[in-house]
Design a protein around this ligand. Structure first.
Ligand code: ADP
Length: 547
């Protein structure tokens, strides 16, 4: 027997419809690529997104066609998102931090017909356009005044396009399983792979994000997503904010500490989300200028492991609560969040820290398990490390165009490529990426743990640990440090700092200092490049002492 409830397809156009109807006056504030701050509202965003839809229809874009964006977080980008998705076209967010050749490859693989591009990226796109024969036209996200001379195909100015269209356009009306968004993984191994979100998965993922134990954003929040809309749906924030009618502040191209601080204060931001490196820049700016944060209450930090120093400084010096989160492109991306259970919340802050450093618990709709290499389940005892496997309502079941073949195990779980522990309370901790874990004498050393502690040293800006071949132990950890500007640090000082904080046999056998540590396209340390840089590294003689 079927239930007798209404059929209400979960399509994301309904989110912006809702925002327009019930929160139409609420502001969307953008630091534009051109420079000035622009103030808009959900009603205006809705009207202009419909104009984008009409333009797309006029250019022959149909259900399932891919339309790309190459853009920062701005009101125009938001309008494109909803304008594309609203008519059942697929919004393909391109990551501008990728190498241009890789971008060209992705554009072709996706089969993008139209590209909306920010001024910043026009030269880059011009450089690769001859390789992208399928792109029919490019719209530059700017006004007539700032429209550049360009040789991009059928280039047009966004504001002119929007001005000439009508704001009346029917959205939705298609199956909720219709493809909605496309985002490529950054391809740290092999070619990038496309994750194809559906309307239903994005809608349900948005609801997951709104739970009090996940992002917990509400109409009383002013939200600044530093997480880019071009990577993993900005963690769902640009769906969740209009859904609840929260004021949205979009930082455009300026993500440095001073610019983010200015927006946090001038717009009275209460909630923000970003990767650790962004917060490190902000905290450095606050400390250098002895500044205060007057409205910020909560931040979600994820994308890579959040160092303890960030969590502690935010709380002790600024009264900001950090929630650590884990996820990936394939998981929409929210997989776990570290909001506290009552038992941990009752402890003094310092005693909460070991739990706060973990990546947290799965919300309803997300299932986790740990497996060994043969696919056998491993215990959730908080000690046993295993491959982290995930299944749920917004988790990829295959890659676009079937790349990578079958990506699920016999129980329908996706292998995240991460190594983790899960404790009896369901709290998950990422110990490493499977390919980064250091195998020493048959045991695993977590590079993340060592990096986290090293990053807590006041003179350290970035720390990375990689495994280097060792004749006796197979691999041993090498600690690579970039110090803060103007600081000097010695190997012995660093190793002294680690003493007592990690197991003795986890202690790096050597510490090297570098001018820079390479970051990948999603702002994370690029260990593939680091391993290449250190491929000729040899342990100092004599051989490292036995541990
Ligand atoms: P890419 O693989 O392209 O870097 P993703 O954003 O999909 O892009 O990366 C997801 C990966 O990032 C996860 O599999 C995990 O290794 C890492 N990651 C994400 N959040 C965290 C976190 N809080 N702690 C540790 N690692 C994390």
């Amino acid at each position: 027997m079927l239930g007798l409830m209404q059929d209400w397809p979960l399509t994301v156009d309904k989110i912006l419809d809702h925002a327009k109807t019930w929160h139409g006056h609420r502001e969307v504030v953008t630091r534009t690529v051109e420079g000035p701050i622009v103030r808009s509202t959900y009603a205006e965003i809705h009207d202009r997104a419909k104009r984008v839809s009409n333009a797309l229809k006029g250019w022959g874009v149909k259900l399932g066609d891919r339309v790309a964006t190459l853009a920062w977080n701005t009101h125009r980008h938001l309008e494109c998102w909803y304008g594309i998705m609203g008519i059942g076209a697929v919004c393909h967010t391109l990551n501008p931090r990728l190498h241009p050749d890789q971008l060209a490859w992705i554009i072709n693989h996706a089969g993008d017909k139209v590209i909306f591009v920010d001024l910043t990226f026009v030269p880059m796109l011009e450089g690769i356009m001859s390789q992208c024969k399928g792109v029919e036209r490019v719209i530059v996200l700017t006004d007539d005044w700032n429209m550049p001379q360009t040789r991009l195909p059928r280039a047009d100015c966004y504001e002119r396009v929007v001005r000439e269209q009508s704001g009346e356009c029917a959205w939705g009306g298609f199956d909720e399983n219709t493809a909605c968004g496309l985002c490529y993984t950054s391809g740290t191994t092999g070619n990038p792979k496309g994750v194809l979100y559906s309307h239903r998965s994005n809608f349900l993922h948005m609801l997951i994000g709104l739970q009090a134990d996940v992002l917990a954003t509400s109409v009383r929040d002013t939200i600044l997503p530093v997480v880019p809309m071009f990577h993993a749906n900005a963690w769902g924030v640009t769906f969740g904010a209009p859904a609840v009618g929260a004021k949205l502040v979009l930082p455009g191209p300026k993500l440095d500490g001073a610019s983010i601080y200015e927006l946090l204060e001038s717009e009275k931001v209460t909630y923000s989300a970003a990767v650790p490196t962004v917060w490190q820049m902000l905290l450095a700016h606050l400390q250098a200028g002895r500044l205060k944060l007057s409205t910020l209450k909560r931040v979600t930090i994820g994308g890579s492991a959040c160092p303890e120093s960030i969590i502690r400084t935010f709380w002790n010096d600024y009264g900001v609560d950090v929630v650590h989160a884990w996820g990936m492109t394939e998981t929409s991306p929210l997989g776990t969040t570290g909001t506290l259970t009552p038992e941990v919340a009752a402890l003094p802050f310092e005693q909460q820290l070991p739990t706060r450093l973990k990546q947290g618990r799965a919300p309803v709709g997300v299932e986790l398990k740990l497996c060994d290499d043969a696919g056998n389940r491993l215990p959730h005892d908080g000690k046993t490390q295993g491959r982290l496997m995930i299944r749920g309502l917004a988790i990829a079941k295959a890659y676009f165009r079937g790349d990578g073949g079958n990506i699920l195990d016999s129980e329908g779980f996706f292998d995240t490529g991460d190594v983790a522990t899960i404790d009896p309370n369901g709290i998950m901790q990422i110990t490493d990426r499977a390919k980064d874990v250091i195998k020493s004498g048959g045991e695993w050393i977590s590079s993340i743990d060592v990096e986290n502690i090293a990053m807590g040293h006041p003179k350290v800006e970035l720390a990375a640990v990689i495994g280097i071949h060792h004749p006796k132990w197979d691999e041993r950890p090498l600690l690579i440090i970039k110090t803060r500007p103007g600081e000097t640090l010695t190997k012995d000082e660093m190793l002294d700092f680690l003493k007592g904080k990690i197991a003795k046999w986890w202690t790096p056998d050597d510490v090297v200092f570098v001018d820079d540590i390479p970051l990948g396209a999603t702002g994370k340390i690029d260990k593939k490049v680091l391993r290449e840089q250190f491929k000729d590294y040899r342990w100092p003689a004599p051989e490292p002492a036995e541990t």
